[in-house]
Design a protein around this ligand. Structure first.
Ligand code: ADP
Ligand code: TRP
Length: 338
């Protein structure tokens, strides 16, 4: 058995504002891992164009969102000296490997993907081929670096299982031990942050109600207002985790508090259990403002010197290419390309 060097890769699409779900579900873990691992974080601009132009806004909007998301990564704590920060389309090996993986992945596997079904909606015939092949490109993003760990929110679990299936089938088909069987890293008390208006729905940038989510670009007043207005039930806070069962809105707010404070749910309930919900909401609003506002300020500072952000992406892409190119060369040899 080959032992693979530990390497971390993750990415987000440059579509719309990043929100608290993206931050707590993924980015907080990205920041932690850069001190212990070799880390690569990308803005997946090629994934963004899998949806209709009206969703991602066209070329001008895409350029702007790509720089904004890169700035958000840095504002949230991704240090371009510790991590390789780049945008996917600058490293052509992602697309090259994705083609080979298109020939490895089976239609039956892709037909099971729930995110495709959600994003394609009712008019499936009209979805792009790219949207269907989205998880194959994602597997290529990961395996072109032979990444061993991928920190993401819970909704990406199915895509990561597909990535493992592709690696296993490639290795079997060609009789090699070339690609690692990548591990998802889904950790912390907020792996699935729910909408502030409906505790059964995921917080998402595509929710039409802005009150449903906290954007990383929201002002302190907006953050506080959204938390005050967040849906809750009539009961107070329990002192034990079991008391949150069947109370999705309460569970969500406690999870958000725990993640922002870097504590466990149990510790948060020991402190606030038995008290009024309104007092807890005030504390949560204060904490959320204290954590999100500096990210917002830093992001604006970075976007005021956008040339610096562009330079980070250029350097990151060069460093990412240096890892990807020799791996692609080996893959071509394995497949039999002359
Ligand atoms: P969205 O669902 O808002 O379109 P993305 O699909 O671009 O967000 O997700 C980017 C990253 O953020 C992924 O790792 C995903 O798992 C994570 N993520 C997105 N929404 C949430 C959420 N509500 N809770 C936890 N993690 C999330
Ligand atoms: N599919 C991921 C999402 O919607 C984004 C993504 C693309 C990704 N490529 C990746 C995440 C590689 C982790 C690793 O959030």
């Amino acid at each position: 058995m080959v032992t693979f060097t530990p390497r971390v890769l993750s990415g987000m699409q440059p579509t719309g504002n990043l929100h608290l779900g993206n931050y707590l579900g993924a980015m907080v873990n990205w920041v932690k891992m850069q001190d212990t691992h070799e880390t690569l974080y990308c803005v997946v601009d090629m994934h963004a164009i899998t949806q209709p132009t009206s969703v991602w806004g066209g070329p001008t909007a895409l350029r702007k969102s790509t720089l904004e998301v890169a700035a958000a990564y840095m504002a949230a704590g991704i240090d371009p000296k510790k991590s390789i920060l780049f945008n996917q389309s600058r490293v052509p090996e992602h697309a090259e490997l994705a083609w080979i993986f298109n020939c490895i992945a089976r239609l039956g596997w892709l037909n099971r993907m729930t995110q495709f079904k959600e994003k394609a909606g009712k008019d499936r015939e009209n979805a792009s081929v790219g949207l269907y092949a989205y998880p194959v490109l994602m597997a290529a993003d990961i395996l072109i670096y032979r990444a061993t760990q991928v920190p993401v929110g819970e909704d990406q679990k199915q895509h990561l299982e597909l990535c493992r299936d592709i690696a296993i089938k490639f290795n079997n088909d060609f009789g090699v031990d070339f690609f690692p069987i990548t591990e998802p890293v889904i950790m912390g008390p907020a792996t699935r942050v729910m909408s502030l208006r409906d505790g059964t729905k995921k917080m998402s940038k595509s929710d039409p109600s802005d009150l449903s989510r906290i954007n990383l670009t929201d002002s302190a007043d907006d953050i506080a207002k959204k938390i005050r207005k967040a849906k809750t039930d009539a009961d107070g806070l329990p002192s034990e985790k079991a008391g949150l069962a069947g109370r999705p809105e309460a569970e969500n707010l406690v999870g958000i508090y725990a993640a922002l404070a870097d504590r466990t749910t149990e510790v948060v309930l020991t402190e606030f259990g038995g008290g009024q919900f309104s007092a807890f909401k005030n504390a949560l609003a204060e904490l959320a403002v204290a954590k999100i506002s500096p990210i917002n300020t830093k992001m604006n500072q970075l976007l005021a010197e956008v040339g610096y952000v562009e330079q980070v992406l250029t350097e990151g892409s060069t460093r990412a290419s240096a890892i990807a190119a020799p791996i692609m060369k080996d893959v071509k040899k394995i497949v039999g390309f002359v």
